[in-house]
Design a protein around this ligand. Structure first.
Ligand code: DGL
Length: 268
């Protein structure tokens, strides 16, 4: 019976819907319960303790929904709260983060000069550098906080010229001058991958958790015998802590399908 339970996915907002989309495309029979904490967005500007508290409440909610596994579809939360969540839910509970799939990919690529972009909190945490250094001692790593990008994407900012200028201003920073690989250390950034590729003339590798997270999770569910046995598409549930019409409109581009967001404030 447990294998038919849903997979819980959460993010600070609707950015994690990019991860949810990968999961549903690769495992169309799995049911998803999604929680986006739009009330506290952006996590990248919040204190560590607050991020830990928000994540703890969200995990309680997803457990109440009988989730058989939880995906932390937010780099900021993965950097700051993963250990607390593991401690809270215990070793046997399946918890996935968005950083380890990127590190696996880096292991395959053998890059020499890696750039990382993410929120202030993700970059300040140094988690990516630490994990990459453990597997690739000799490569050069440069990180740059790009705090305007997630709010710009989340609010569905569409002016192509201004958008490109903001992205280019960050990417033209001298720290990222000689990189051969760029890690998109935020689950919102795959939505501007096209613009990023254009700035680099398609000459560097651009990677995010999206390339391998689906396969990785599918494999883990198989090993734990937790893949659903039923072969029909389930009705997913999408909750956010603060609902606005703009989130409702943008959610479609994040998930690539029409979706209905329900407001549920679990913090009161
Ligand atoms: N999606 C979040 C991440 O991957 C970033 C957005 C935020 O600052 O809340 O880090």
């Amino acid at each position: 019976m447990k294998s038919d339970f849903p997979i819980g996915i959460f993010d600070s907002g609707i950015g994690g819907l990019t991860v949810a989309r990968e999961i549903t495309e690769l495992m169309p029979h799995e049911k998803i319960v999604y929680y986006g904490d739009t009330l506290h967005l952006p996590y990248g500007q919040k204190s560590k303790q607050n991020i830990i508290n928000y994540c703890s409440k969200i995990c309680d909610f997803l457990i109440e929904q009988n989730c058989k596994a939880i995906i932390i579809a937010c780099n900021t939360a993965s950097c700051i709260a993963l250990n607390n969540i593991k401690k809270k839910l215990g070793d046997d509970y399946l918890i996935f983060n968005v950083i380890d799939p990127v590190i696996k990919k880096i292991e395959e690529l053998k890059s020499n000069n890696i750039g990382i972009i993410g929120t202030n909190t993700t970059i300040e945490s140094g988690v990516y550098e630490k994990k990459i250094k453990e597997i690739e001692k000799n490569c050069i790593i440069s990180s740059l906080a790009t705090p305007l990008l997630a709010p710009m994407i989340e609010t569905g900012f569409h002016d192509a010229t201004i958008k490109r200028k903001i992205i280019a201003t960050y990417l033209n920073h001298k720290k990222l001058k000689s990189i051969d690989t760029l890690i998109l250390g935020c689950t919102h950034y795959p939505l501007i991958k096209k613009e990023i590729n254009e700035i680099y003339n398609n000459k560097i590798e651009i990677i995010s958790s999206l390339e391998s997270i689906g396969r990785y999770i599918k494999n883990e569910l198989k090993i734990k015998k937790l893949m659903t046995a039923t072969k029909y598409e389930k009705k997913h549930e999408f909750y956010i802590s603060d609902l606005t019409t703009s989130f409702q409109e943008n959610a479609k581009s994040f998930f690539n399908k029409e979706i209905h967001l329900k407001e549920k404030n679990i913090f009161i």
